[in-house]
Structure formats: structure tokens, C-alpha cells
Design a binder for this molecule. Structure first.
Ligand code: TRP
Length: 338
């Protein structure tokens, strides 16, 4: 049987951190054996919010993200890794989809509203019509990203589900209007992922300054872990902690990176036998060990300066072949051939 096809993507707005890895990338690496994978660096999507030249420049971020993808274990022999703007057909399909997408489908998207609020662009949901056209319409571009490969599934987090629902609606409407089943309706692949909090216990996010990057050296990881928040009611070693109940971020990390000792740590913390400094020191060593394979792959990638360019070129070719075939079909049913 033919392998099912997946399209995945991330916006290159910064180097990737542990939240990106545990929340998405690790899952993609696991999926690449089972599915035919297309993995995109969504640079046009990055411009929906960072259209004034991002620092560092976008092309540098694209390169960093590509290295992060490879270091995390995406294998270019199993997975086409490419840059969205290298495959211009995405823009054409986006344009054509914009003709058949009613504005209310965009205005009600809760994820876009939340993003606009987080960015300080709007205060109230009703103001959503005042944002830039590109930001309001990016889920249509995302639908084009997905449908141009006729993907069966898209691995995403909860926040992206409205976009996948829109993608399905656009596919359905297109097929109905042009009288042909051109597009499948892709599924959201929601996998249960471990939640890695930021150093302060809040959501890990570059803008919060609470992140551990995949590219951080062991010493930087050790320094960052030293600053990590712990159970606020455990000030001294002799104070009994309650890491699970009080949401200790260090404990959340132990549960991911130090599974064999988690139980003992919880017991010792609660019985005031283990202090936070020692607990975090242990954690830092486990995390450094867990990320060693990623560091090893990164070193090999960086030793070969041609590699990233070659990978992205190969990915572009593979993506383009499928994208061009889909566009021929789309132009045909829409009467755009001449
Ligand atoms: N909107 C996604 C995000 O912010 C990125 C993205 C763009 C994407 N195109 C995609 C994700 C296609 C999955 C499929 O994370």
C-alpha cells in the first residue's frame, strides 16, 4: 500500500527550542518512517507578523531552522525538507483559494484573534477586521500549503486545529464548485506530547526569554537550569515540597528527561531530603545527556557547509514536482489553461 502523506511546517521566527522539539519536531521525526513526509520552513508565514525585516535576517533564520530540523533527526532521504517561498505554486494556489473563501470563515478564526491580541494589534475580538490582509488570510495560505501536496494528515498542536478545519472547508468547497474531487480532506494529527514549560514555569517562548535552545551548549544548559523556578513554597532543603501539585517546572523536566529517577525525586522532595539546587543539578546533567545525539548530529552538519543547501535544494525539487502536478489539475478544472 502507498504510504499516506503528511505536510508539516513551522515559521522560522527564531532558533528552535525545547518546546518546539517536544511539541512538534520529535513527533515529526517519529512519523517519517511511517508516512511520506513533506516538511516546510514557512518563511512567507513568518512575514505575516514580522514583515519588517526580522533580526537576524530571514534567510539566516531559515538556515538555522533547517539545521535544527536535521539535528533533531529529520532525514532528507525520508522527508522532503524545503523552504515555502522556493515553491512559488503555494502562492498561486493561495490566490485561487482566496477567490472562493468567504471572509466570515477568516474573521471567526480563534487562533488568528488570539495571535492578533498577543501581538497587541487588537484589544477586542471585534477589531479583527482591522488587521493586515496577509495576517487575516494566512490560514488560506496554510490551506494551500497543505492541499497542494494532497496531504492526508497534518501533525499539529491544538491551536492549529481551526486552520485544518478551514483547510477541509476549502477543499470541500473547491471540489464542489469545480465538480471534481481534486483535494482530499486532511486530518489533524493530534499527538499527545509532553509539555515542557519555560524556565519560569510559563509557556516556553522566545519572547519571554525563558527558553532552552536545541543548539545551547552543555554549559549554557547548566546555567539556564540553575535559574529555573521550582516549587515556590520550598525555600530551603528542609522545607517539604509538592512538585506535582505546585507545578514545579524542574519536576516537569525530570518526568521527561529523567524517567528512571522521577519517583525517587518526588519522594525525596516531599520528605525534604532533596534540595532544589541539587535536584536541578541532577536535571541539568540528564538534559545534557538527552540532547547529546542532537548535538552530535549538529556538529556533523556544521562540518559540512554544503549540506544544508543541498538538502533544501533536493527538498525543493521533490516538493515542486508534486506542487506542479496539483496546479496543472487546478488550472484545468478552473478553466485557466491556455
Ligand atoms: N501556522 C503554523 C504555525 O504557526 C505554521 C504553518 C504554516 C503550518 N503552514 C503550515 C503548519 C502547514 C502545518 C501545515 O505553527
Amino acid at each position: 500500500m502507498e504510504k499516506k502523506r503528511i505536510l508539516s511546517g513551522m515559521r522560522p521566527t527564531g532558533k528552535l527550542h525545547l518546546g518546539n522539539y517536544e511539541g512538534a519536531l520529535k513527533n515529526w521525526v517519529a512519523l517519517q518512517d511511517e508516512y511520506q513526509m513533506f516538511t516546510m520552513i514557512a518563511d512567507w508565514h513568518a512575514l505575516t507578523t514580522e514583515y519588517i525585516r526580522a533580526q537576524p535576517e530571514l534567510h539566516e533564520l531559515i538556515e538555522e531552522v533547517a539545521i535544527d530540523y536535521l539535528a533533531a533527526g529529520l532525514d532528507p532521504d525520508k522527508c522532503a525538507i524545503f523552504v515555502q517561498s522556493d515553491v512559488k505554486e503555494h502562492a498561486e494556489l493561495h490566490l485561487l483559494f482566496s477567490m472562493i473563501t468567504p471572509t466570515p470563515w477568516l474573521i471567526r478564526n480563534p487562533t488568528v484573534k488570539e495571535q492578533a491580541r498577543d501581538l497587541g494589534l487588537i484589544e477586542k475580538d471585534e477589531e479583527i477586521t482591522s488587521i493586515n490582509y496577509g495576517l487575516l488570510g494566512y490560514p488560506v495560505l496554510q490551506a494551500a500549503d497543505i492541499l497542494i501536496y494532497k496531504a492526508d494528515a497534518v501533525p499539529v498542536g491544538e491551536d492549529q486545529v481551526p486552520h485544518i478545519e478551514l483547510t477541509r472547508q476549502i477543499a470541500r468547497r473547491f471540489n464542489y464548485l469545480y465538480g471534481k474531487e481534486v483535494f482530499p480532506e486532511p486530518e489533524a494529527l493530534l499527538t499527545k506530547v509532553a509539555r515542557v514549560p519555560g524556565l519560569d514555569g510559563k509557556k516556553m517562548s522566545k519572547s519571554q526569554g525563558n527558553v532552552i535552545y536545541l543548539s545551547d551548549s552543555p554549559d549554557i544548559i547548566r546555567d539556564k537550569i540553575k535559574t529555573m523556578f521550582t516549587d515556590p513554597l520550598k525555600v530551603y532543603r528542609t522545607d517539604p515540597g509538592d512538585p506535582e501539585v505546585r507545578g514545579c517546572p524542574a519536576f516537569a523536566y525530570h518526568k521527561i528527561y529523567n524517567t528512571s529517577e522521577t519517583e525517587q525525586i518526588e519522594t525525596d522532595c516531599k520528605q525534604a531530603k532533596l534540595g532544589c539546587v541539587d535536584c536541578k543539578q541532577l536535571l541539568a546533567e540528564r538534559l545534557v545527556e538527552a540532547l547529546q545525539p542532537i548535538r552530535d548530529r549538529r556538529a556533523a552538519i556544521e562540518a559540512n557547509p554544503k549540506l544544508v543547501g543541498d538538502v533544501l535544494e533536493k527538498g525543493e525539487e521533490e516538493a515542486e514536482e508534486v506542487a506542479k502536478a496539483t496546479m496543472n489539475e487546478v488550472r484545468h478544472v478552473m478553466g485557466l489553461e491556455h
